[in-house]
Design a protein around this ligand. Sequence first.
Ligand SMILES: Nc1ncnc2c1ncn2[C@@H]1O[C@H](COP(=O)(O)OP(=O)(O)OP(=O)(O)O)[C@@H](O)[C@H]1O
Ligand SMILES: [Mg+2]
Length: 319
Amino acid sequence: MATSEQIKLLLESHYKNDGDRFTSMALQVAAHEARKGNIIIAKEIKSLVDKSRSGGFKVIRLNKDISDLVLPYYPENSLNELVISNEIKRKLERIIKEYKLRDKIQKHGLENRRKILLSGKPGTGKTLTASILSGELKLPLYVIMMDKLMTKYMGETATKLRLIFDMMSSNRGVYLFDEFDAIGAERARDNEVGEMRRVLNAFLQFIEQDSSESLIIGATNNINILDSALFRRFDDIITYSVPEEKEIESLIKIKLGNYLAKFSLKKIVSTAIGLSHAEITSACNDALKETILTDKEKVTQKLLLQTIIDRIMYYTDIG
Ligand SMILES: Nc1ncnc2c1ncn2[C@@H]1O[C@H](COP(=O)(O)OP(=O)(O)OP(=O)(O)O)[C@@H](O)[C@H]1O
Ligand SMILES: [Mg+2]
């Protein structure tokens, strides 16, 4: 069954005549059912949505020129999944609040924050943040396929970029430019062929002119190589880092939940310092799988310490 929150949002979007949101909610209900194993009902909902699309109902329809460049997702992530410093949490809450109350802000000639640059080490939650903003704001997440944008259409990249920015006005959503340095690197300025420079200049111009209601998110783990002209085009720059002790502890507790046996996490936390959220999450999953496969009920201290150490070794092996 769909949650009452989903039903409420479906009704709300229906009465507000918000076709995009209605479709996005219906697809979220389908995804919710699919995750619970109710595949038949999920498919039925999906096919109802598809039928209504072909009937001309205003829904998410990707321009065919960019349909392989922009992948839509309907995440249901929420802010409490993210283990993060209070400062970052406050910034994300502010983006969410300003979006939800944007009418109020706009009446005074101001804009809600919606052009956001996320920077920081790999595995610290940048991509997850884009899913969370999308989930919290009930907006589809559109992920721009950077490799296709940048290589396949070399020579046409600026034109494709224009189409993506046009889409931001017609299809409200969260647009994620992951590995943003591919577009924004400073060295593009000195690019001999001029193509990279054209792309960077086009992006600078488009993002400056953009007055859509979509959120534009750039994510990079190499902010130092970005062209400085980019920075003032973003409303917020948020820097992520590997978790501190307190955060490591919360992350382990969130990831293992009831499977965590009762023991002090002190030793494990001090061992895990320096690992990213993603690496700690993988260590927790490894411990969880081992526990399930050996028919045990709880993840023990010994096992978790071992999977954490394995992750450190893995990291040193490849690093
Ligand atoms: N701050 C966090 N809080 C909770 N879980 C996290 C956090 N960061 C990462 N994770 C876990 O690690 C996974 C991978 O993280 P994510 O893809 O967001 O990293 P990223 O910062 O985008 O890394 P990259 O720079 O390599 O793209 C997430 O799906 C989540 O399970
Ligand atoms: Mg990422």
